[in-house]
Design a binder for this molecule. Sequence first.
Ligand code: HEC
Ligand code: HEC
Length: 476
Amino acid sequence: MNALGIISKRMRLVFVIGVLSCGVWIFADPGGDLNEGKGPGKNNPGPPPPPNSAAQNAVQLVNQGQQIFRFDTFGDDAYWGGTLQLHQAIEGTNFGGVGPGISPNTALALGLKVDVTALPPPLQQQLRKGKVNLDDPAVTLHLIKLNSVVGVKGTFNADGSLRSVGLTCALCHSTVDDSLAPGIGRRLDGWANHDLDPGSIIAAAPNIAPITTLLQAAIPTITDDQVRAVLHSWGPGKFDAELLLDGKAMRPDGGPAATLIPNAFGLGGYNLHTWTGGWGTIPYWNAFVAVLELRGVGTFFDERLDDTNKWPIAAAFRFGHTSVDDPDNDQVTSKLPALQMYQLSIPAPKPKPGVDFDAAAAARGDALFSGMANCNSCHREPLWTEPGWNDHTPLEMKIDSFQADRSPDGNYKTMNLTGVFIRERGLFMNPANKGRFYHDGRFQTLTDVVDSYNTRFNLNLTAQEESDLVEYLKSL
Ligand code: HEC
Ligand code: HEC
């Protein structure tokens, strides 16, 4: 009785407030032209409908986010140029740096891509006619000055020489469509650059000592040369985002500990991200990468990183307590909302029936995917991951736990299947780098993936059924 009495009192209050606010609404000018003092009437259609401020806001954020994703270094040039002196390796001795310099051919071989739309038409013509000397580091410097090298941003001195370089998200998470030549074309944001060799790029830095110093917190005797060997071990399309937290330089089997660069499209609706999930959401990972990987000037908190057993380096250097005390100097935090909106908005490319997959076989594969192959129990159509907690133990996956153990909760994330046809077909990548599935690329082709599921989970799929499933995967 008492409780009911309180509720009904509250209800009455809500009712009164409702009436009052209705009153305010009714008596307020609904937006007619105040200057003319006329309200809506027969000859006056009234005010235009209110603008959709959420949509306008979204468009603005997505556009800002695109600029950040492509061009923002978050102040990380102080690290890549200032500390590691990567710009000097690009310049070479002829231009005030060290070593032979990085020619466009070397840069392309390292998997760096050139945005053709940033090149003036005469230069495009010369490139088409093969009249540009791609063995001359001066040309690389010119391409950087034009802001055309995807993910690499130079700053220049008054005399035109390179002062520093910074890196952006696009370095790894964008490629180009090869419209002019292999490696030179229009940007494809969100497409993992599976030709890029980040390890060899970092290893080219003249001063690798700051990385060695970090790693010595886990491996006290490691030398600069050994650090370079670890970086070179990654190979194209791979980066090790956990190395400078845990110092695990190699897998137990001696293979490289790096993981494939994942696509950054089709991420909307996902709870956990990255191969191992348990780190967190997109804005978590964006702050993590901008501050701890790219070494931008920003703030990053995660007390989990204080675990000295799991992440000896991160704990020793208190990475989980990285703070820019004057918020005006923080070059990351204010960008997280726009960056997240852009990440969530990059559409996944759509495969074409008859070109990228066989439609009839894919239809049969569809039935298998949610039928006897049981893939849909984890890769839920049409999100291709579980709505909710999208993580699985290595035991459930029946694979080793090496990479999972490097993450907070020791699991693997149910990976997005959108756009897997790109890798299977090797679109816009060196044929040598195509395929490669699962976090470490252990499966060369989709057939290898399906074949392994067939064995691991005793699915009893025939060869025909396996091939139908593959066609279905290519249609996603
Ligand atoms: C040097 C290459 C490299 C750069 C630069 C880079 N990333 Fe990544 N990114 C990776 C790799 C590798 C992973 C997978 C990491 C893992 O699973 O441990 C990843 C994963 C991600 C994911 C998770 C995708 C998913 O759902 O699986 C997001 C989001 C992301 N990066 C955003 C960014 C942003 C934002 C930037 C710029 C601030 C950036 N990355 C810069 C290599 C890179
Ligand atoms: C128990 C949950 C689960 C089931 C069932 C499952 N998967 Fe997966 N799938 C995962 C996880 C987790 C990963 C990521 C593994 C890794 O990175 O090592 C993955 C990765 C993949 C990948 C590689 C994605 C990439 O980017 O490299 C493909 C392809 C795939 N699964 C297809 C399938 C197919 C086909 C089936 C059914 C035969 C299936 N999966 C069943 C959880 C599952």
